[in-house]
Every structure is written in structure tokens, then in C-alpha cells.
Design a protein around this ligand. Structure first.
Ligand SMILES: NC(=O)c1ccc[n+]([C@@H]2O[C@H](COP(=O)([O-])OP(=O)(O)OC[C@H]3O[C@@H](n4cnc5c(N)ncnc54)[C@H](OP(=O)(O)O)[C@@H]3O)[C@@H](O)[C@H]2O)c1
Length: 340
């Protein structure tokens, strides 16, 4: 009988996730009922935000808490291989919020975004630059921050999936882009591969504030924040009048055992007449096609270069997720499951 391998949540991570929190199990390949279709997943996307729903009692309006022993929820890119659903036929390609599995059953009601049958880009781009992370960079900058030429745009987790695209989009707007990343090697890559004007190492500790001031001599007009935590407080002390702070994520807090202290200096927002704006990209799914068309144009013109951190095979999915929290990735983290 055909089998399906899935990665289950074997233990709830304590703090940062560890490979032992995940286990690969093999079960019979699922069958579909009326109104359902079976997807063969070509790629699994690893997204730091899903760490939130691995905690006991963490369910919220976005997702339920993940169940122990059940396949880990995540974003996938799959191809319909069997269908009893009127709107999906074999060969259709979709990005969906399903689970870390080789095969998944869907009914079209999950968060799902269709791809063209003949995509103009490599399939994995639909989980990265054309997926939730690239689109977070796109919407966060084009709709919320709206950087102007000459402004300074600061981005945290600047070499990651969201940050690597955000830096390149902000540069396209003529902004000075400054990236925050962990370690000198990653900081050097921000400048040499992603075109950041400057980079600051968040591991500098007490010297971080001075290094940030040096990298942003004209102050900070936009902070695109993927990290939250202590960095935010330091950044708030260096914002300009009218600054826009875009809250995309807070990876520093996802694995925290205790709630992290909030910034003590929110009064900076008052005196600088600045705004702080959080957003969820998937609520804009009706505009994904238009945004993707623009991003594809920018890629074709060489203005955006997608970078991937890619591992192979279902056995490496848990490890790839842990790599995000250890900062081992540069660019979008995906695991390839098939030859497609
Ligand atoms: N709002 C939305 O709809 C939406 C959608 C997608 C993603 N997001 C958010 O976007 C952010 C980036 O997510 P991603 O999945 O694309 O991950 P990613 O940026 O590819 O990887 C995470 C990066 O975060 C950095 N990091 C990890 N722990 C850190 C810490 N304690 N302090 C500082 N930096 C740390 C690491 O880089 P360094 O080596 O530089 O430390 C790591 O490479 C996440 O917060 C995620 O939740 C939001």
C-alpha cells in the first residue's frame, strides 16, 4: 500500500525548538471524500511564526494550538493528484496552510492560494519571494511604510525570508537600507548579496546602540521589525519625526520561556509623532496575484534576487525549522520533497 510520511509534534518545544521535538511517522496514504482533493507536496515552507502554535493552549483567532502527536501545521506547496472537488483537477498547483507531510488532504476551505498551471518562476518561489514571507515584505513596505527616496529603512532579521526581500524592495524605493543580523559573516552577506547600505550585528550586546547610530547617521525613518524584544527599545530611541514602525513579527519572543519585557520608551512615538502598525499578510490573499505579478516583474528585471536556504527530504523538515531559530538560514528556508 502507498505510504505517506508526516512530521509530527513529538514534544512541545521548551524555548527554542530542537530536532527531538519532531518525529517522522509513516501512515497509509489518505483517501479523499466528496468535496476533497489530495495534494502531493513538492516543498515545505518553514516559517518561524508557527512556533507560536506549538505551545499548550496557544490557540487564537488565527490558528488552533497544534496537537501533540499530530502532523505539524505549516505552509506547503503541492500539486493536486486526485480530486473529488469541482474546482480542483489533477495538475493544479496550490500553496496551502496544511501540514509537514508528503501528501495532504484539502477541501478548499483551508488558507489556500492557487498558482498558475505554468508558473513563470521556480515553484519554491511561491513559498518565498512570492509566498507569505515575500508578500509580507511587499505589503508591509508598499502599503504601510511607503519609504521615500533618501529615507533610512532599518530591517531586523534582515537576511531571513522576509528581511532579504524587504531590504531589496526598500532599496528599489531609493531608501538607505540598514539590516540587523546575527554575526559578522551574515552582516557581510547583507551588504554584498542583498545590497544593504550597512549592517549591524545584534550580538554586539551593549555596543549595539552605538553601532546602530553609526549605521544610521540620519536617524531611522522606517523600522521593519521581524524580531521584537530588546532591539525594539534601542531602535525607538533613534527614530526620526514621522517614523513608521511596521510590526511584521517578533521571532525573539516565540521561544521565550517568560514574557519578554516591553519597550519602556513608547513615549518616543508621541514625541516623534510616529506610528506602529502590525499586520497579517494572509488577510490580503485576494491581492496575492496582483502583488506576485509586480514581484515577478522586479525579479525579471534583476531588481530582486530571491535567495533560498534549502534542505532535502521529509527527514530534514524539523531540522530546517530549528535552523531558523539558530539563525543558520540565509534567505527563505524550504525543504524540497520531490524532483519537481
Ligand atoms: N505578519 C505576517 O503576516 C508574517 C508573515 C510571515 C512571517 N512573519 C514574521 O516574519 C519574521 C521572519 O520570519 P521568517 O519565517 O521569514 O524567518 P527568517 O527571517 O527566515 O528566520 C528567522 C531569523 O530570525 C533571526 N532570529 C532568530 N532568533 C532571533 C533573536 N532571538 N533575536 C534576533 N534575531 C533572531 C535569525 O537571524 P539572525 O541570524 O540574523 O539572528 C533567523 O535567521 C517572523 O517574526 C515571522 O513571524 C510575519
Amino acid at each position: 500500500m502507498s505510504r505517506n510520511r508526516s512530521v509530527i509534534l513529538a514534544a512541545r518545544p521548551r524555548g527554542q525548538p530542537a530536532p527531538g521535538d519532531f518525529r517522522v511517522v509513516s501512515t497509509p496514504r489518505p483517501t479523499i471524500a466528496d468535496g476533497e482533493f489530495l495534494l502531493r507536496n513538492h516543498y515545505i515552507s518553514l516559517d518561524a511564526g508557527f512556533r507560536n502554535w506549538m505551545n499548550e493552549g496557544s490557540g487564537d483567532s488565527v490558528l488552533p494550538a497544534m496537537a501533540l502527536g499530530a502532523p505539524v501545521m505549516g505552509l506547503t506547496l503541492g500539486e493536486v493528484v486526485e480530486s473529488r472537488h469541482a474546482d480542483y483537477v489533477p495538475g493544479n498547483l496550490v500553496m496551502a496552510r496544511l501540514a509537514w507531510q508528503e501528501y495532504s488532504v484539502a477541501n478548499g476551505h483551508d488558507f489556500i492560494s492557487r498558482l498558475p498551471d505554468q508558473p513563470p518562476c521556480p515553484l519554491s518561489y511561491y513559498l518565498g519571494v512570492l509566498g507569505d514571507t515575500g508578500l509580507s515584505a511587499y505589503f508591509g513596505l508598499t502599503e504601510i511604510a511607503q519609504p521615500r527616496a533618501g529615507e533610512t529603512v532599518l530591517i531586523s532579521a534582515a537576511g531571513g525570508a522576509v528581511g532579504s526581500i524587504a531590504g531589496q524592495i526598500a532599496k528599489r524605493f531609493g531608501a538607505h537600507t540598514v539590516g540587523i543580523a546575527g554575526g559578522p559573516e551574515k552582516c557581510a552577506r547583507l551588504v554584498s548579496e542583498l545590497g544593504y547600505t550597512a549592517a549591524v550585528d545584534h550580538r554586539l550586546g551593549s555596543e549595539f546602540a552605538a553601532a546602530l547610530r553609526k549605521a544610521c547617521p540620519n536617524g531611522i525613518d522606517v523600522y521593519f521589525d521581524n524580531v521584537g524584544g530588546a532591539l525594539l527599545e534601542v531602535v525607538l530611541n533613534q527614530i526620526n519625526a514621522g517614523a513608521r514602525i511596521v510590526l511584521c513579527g517578533a521571532v525573539a519572543s516565540y521561544g521565550a520561556q517568560q514574557p519578554l519585557p516591553g519597550p519602556s520608551n513608547l513615549f518616543q512615538l508621541v514625541t516623534k509623532q510616529a506610528t506602529m502598525h502590525g499586520f497579517l499578510t494572509h488577510t490580503r490573499v485576494d491581492r496575492y496575484d496582483a502583488a506576485r505579478a509586480t514581484l515577478v516583474e522586479w525579479i525579471e528585471r534583476g531588481e530582486i534576487v530571491p535567495i533560498e536556504y534549502r534542505l532535502d527530504g521529509i527527514d530534514n523538515v524539523g531540522r530546517a525549522f530549528c535552523d531558523l531559530f539558530a539563525g543558520r538560514n540565509f534567505g527563505k528556508t524550504v525543504v524540497k520533497l520531490t524532483d519537481r
